[in-house]
Design a binder for this molecule. Structure first.
Ligand code: T5A
Length: 226
């Protein structure tokens, strides 16, 4: 039986990495095989492209070129990691996926939606997520969270390519993700991520149990996360 594919989306600092990791741990505790991964990145080739994209060196080339680079990274990630895992019955939990391209490069970056759709059709095809959580916090609060993380020992020293954008950019991102959630209710679940972490994690766990019934899935004892 094919594994399930769950993605986390939203603006900066909304808690995607935190909740992707918590969900992966909860699924593993049921004995399921789980692969926790992220975009851009998640495979050797895509991690190289992540470095290029987040360093900002591709920004002067324009949003169309960045879109193609995100798509190339996604193609490697799907081929090397996501599809093989799903085919083995492993549950894949991914921190960002194709919706980020729709919103960052499409809705906000103004790349022609026909180009975004065409790339998605070719690269993602029918490997769309079974369930997508859209974590929502006001843009300012998300930016405060990422700034706080930078102040912690061992945290990143500077903002990356997208974190460094002005607050208006982050407000547009939030609107873009809210629109996406409203347009695709069968796949996307909007989560109020201003609540304390434990409450957010419990809401996510309830939705996963209601929609995907992990307790009924075949048990896989192998731990496949890196
Ligand atoms: N991108 C990506 C595109 O433009 N197009 C694409 O197609 C793709 C795939 C990726 C960048 O690339 C862009 C989008 C991004 O700008 P990234 O480093 O992966 O860059 O950055 P993000 O995905 O934005 O991840 P962040 O790490 O910035 O934010 P998260 O993962 O949403 O937040 P998280 O979990 O790290 O939490 C941030 C802080 O908040 C705290 C956490 O403990 C942490 O300190 N926190 C909470 N605090 C209070 N209450 C809660 N409920 C909290 N939840 C988390």
């Amino acid at each position: 039986m094919r594994g399930r594919f769950i993605t986390f989306e939203g603006g900066e600092g909304t808690g995607k990495s935190t909740h992707a990791a918590t969900l992966a741990a909860r699924l593993k505790s049921l004995g399921l095989g789980v692969r926790l991964t992220r975009e851009p990145g998640g495979s050797v080739g895509a991690e190289i492209m992540r470095h290029i994209l987040l360093s900002g060196v591709a920004k002067p080339l324009g949003p169309e070129v960045e879109t193609v680079l995100f798509a190339a990274a996604r193609d490697d990630h799907l081929t090397e990691v996501i599809r093989p895992a799903l085919a083995r019955g492993i549950w894949v939990v991914c921190d960002r996926f194709a919706d980020s391209t729709r919103v960052y490069q499409g809705a906000v970056g103004q790349v022609d939606p026909r180009a975004i759709r065409a790339l998605e059709r070719v690269i993602v095809g029918d490997t769309m997520p079974d369930l997508t959580f859209i974590l929502d916090v006001p843009a300012e609060q998300g930016m405060q969270r990422t700034a706080k993380r930078r102040d912690k020992p061992g945290g990143p020293e500077t903002s990356d390519r997208f974190e460094a954008e002005a607050i208006e950019f982050h407000e547009k991102l939030r609107d873009g993700f809210l629109t996406l959630a409203a347009n695709e209710p069968a796949r996307c679940v909007l989560i109020d991520a201003t609540l304390p972490k434990e409450q957010v994690a419990d809401q996510i766990w309830r939705v996963v149990n209601d929609r995907l019934e992990p307790t009924l899935a075949p048990i896989q004892l192998a731990d496949v996360s890196p």
